[in-house]
Design a protein around this ligand. Structure first.
Ligand code: LLP
Length: 424
């Protein structure tokens, strides 16, 4: 993003005015070159310290196939949370060992379809093993381990491990899980964890790696099994507030690789591939939401009404998450504390309170919401009959619509009114 001398905001080489007039608002926009730069920065940091590193992209954060194709071109595999995400990976031409299925609390249908798809199966609990074995013995199997500790920069909301989390094999059951899999005839093994999201402390990554490696190392040594890969999950954070520190990715990679190698040696493991499956770090800061101010209301305080509500960006209402907002053409102007909301009939839709925004913000202005690339569109919904918006991709001065906005037909197309209800 760039604010040019005339105050106009550009995403790569395209002004937000041009994007809004081409595709309407609200609109998600992604900067292709930023996604590529983020991916390359992270991969080169990890490969510098541990050359056999591979990234899978957790497609849940942003499932637009254009975005996912950028990461596929860069060499990423896909981390899928559901059967439909496995099918999205297939649309990218990815399957087999380029895709990892890390679903949780799976139904029998999920298990069956997941196995039939032939991707790497990552089991969230030992209790799933007998249900998997009903369909035959997979050649390769991984378990998602709860290493007993998790962390998150957005309160406890996205802490995915430790005693309060619903995810992963309990630390005391890890050995039993791999033993049962080995006894069932599984030949190839992997291991996985996903202890937290949005973390900017490089120490954390080394710490949780140590926790996982101790659990996996003991299992490997005791059972005489090797791990082809150990997947450390996602979690690489980005700054949402401008005063937040930037994750030192080189330090994170160095910490991880140091402990990874130490534990490999300590437990006598055959060196596995180091895998990670970040999402936010690749796409989060490459995405923006362009919105339009429709109403300015002076009530108990001033409220700026826009078309970006919690239906378009759920994170602030759901987690109290902060997203920086720019007002196109007014960034140099005097500021005052303002509130900003969307158009939903819920007060959590007033998602910006007392923020220092340009005083002159008025009807017709465009706002630009930062860090919308991850868990933005993917978590949007149709409440109040508001429709999901479009998505565009910019690359230099080129732009393309990569998902059209929904229409009323999309809203009613899935519904069916039984004949008897149509009569008086
Ligand atoms: N792998 C697994 C198994 C995951 O569940 C996730 C995210 C990731 C990888 C990617 O994590 P990341 O690198 O993005 O931290 N909706 C929340 C985030 C939920 C994270 C869910 N799992 C938010 O808006 O902040």
């Amino acid at each position: 993003m760039e604010i040019r001398d005339n105050g106009q905001i550009y995403l790569e080489g395209v002004s937000v005015e041009e994007l809004a007039s081409a595709y309407g608002t609200p609109l998600y926009v992604y900067e292709e070159n930023r996604i590529r730069a983020n991916y390359r920065r992270a991969l080169s940091a990890f490969r510098k310290y541990y050359p056999d590193t591979r990234f899978f992209y957790a497609i849940k954060a942003n499932n637009n196939l254009a975005v996912a194709n950028i990461l596929r071109q860069e060499g990423a595999g896909i981390d899928a949370a559901s059967v439909n995400e496995i099918l999205l990976a297939k649309e990218l031409g990815l399957g087999g060992e380029d895709v990892m299925f890390s679903g949780n609390f799976l139904s029998d249908d999920d298990i069956k379809q997941g196995l039939e798809s032939g991707v790497i199966f990552n089991l969230d609990d030992l209790s799933l093993l007998p249900r998997v074995l009903k369909h035959g013995v997979p050649e390769m199997l991984s378990f998602r381990v709860n290493p007993g500790y998790g962390q998150c920069d957005i309160g406890a909301f996205v802490c995915n491990a430790g005693p309060d989390a619903k995810f992963g094999v309990h630390p005391d059951k890890v050995l039993d899980a791999y033993r049962a899999a080995k006894e069932a005839g599984v030949k190839r093994f992997g291991a996985h964890m996903m202890p937290g999201s949005s973390i900017r402390d490089p120490e954390y990554f080394g710490y949780v790696t140590g926790l996982l490696m101790d659990l996996i190392g003991r299992a490997g040594r005791e059972l005489g099994i090797d791990f082809e890969f150990i997947d450390l999950g996602g979690g690489l954070g980005i700054p949402y507030k401008h005063e937040d520190s930037v994750l030192d990715i080189d330090a994170a990679a160095a910490n991880v690789a140091k402990i990874f190698k130490e534990k490999i040696a300590e437990y006598g493991l055959k060196p596995p591939r180091l895998m990670m499956e970040p999402a936010r770090y690749f796409v989060g800061d490459a995405g923006y939401i362009i919105g339009r101010v429709h109403t300015v209301k002076d009530s108990y305080s001033r409220i700026i009404g826009t078309d970006v509500g919690m239906n378009i960006l759920a994170r602030p209402a759901l987690y109290g998450a902060y997203h920086h907002i720019y007002v196109n053409g007014r960034e140099q102007e005097e500021r005052m504390p303002l509130n900003l909301c969307g158009q939903l009939c819920e007060n959590t839709d007033l998602w910006v309170r007392d923020r220092m925004l340009p005083k002159g913000t008025t009807e017709g202005d465009l706002i630009v919401v930062e860090n919308g690339g991850a868990y933005g569109y993917a978590m949007s919904y149709q409440y109040n009959g508001r429709l999901r918006c479009g998505e565009a991709l910019v690359n230099g001065t080129q732009h393309n619509l990569i998902r059209r906005a929904e229409t009323f037909q999309d809203l009613i197309g899935l519904m069916n009114v039984p004949e008897y209800l149509k009569r008086n």
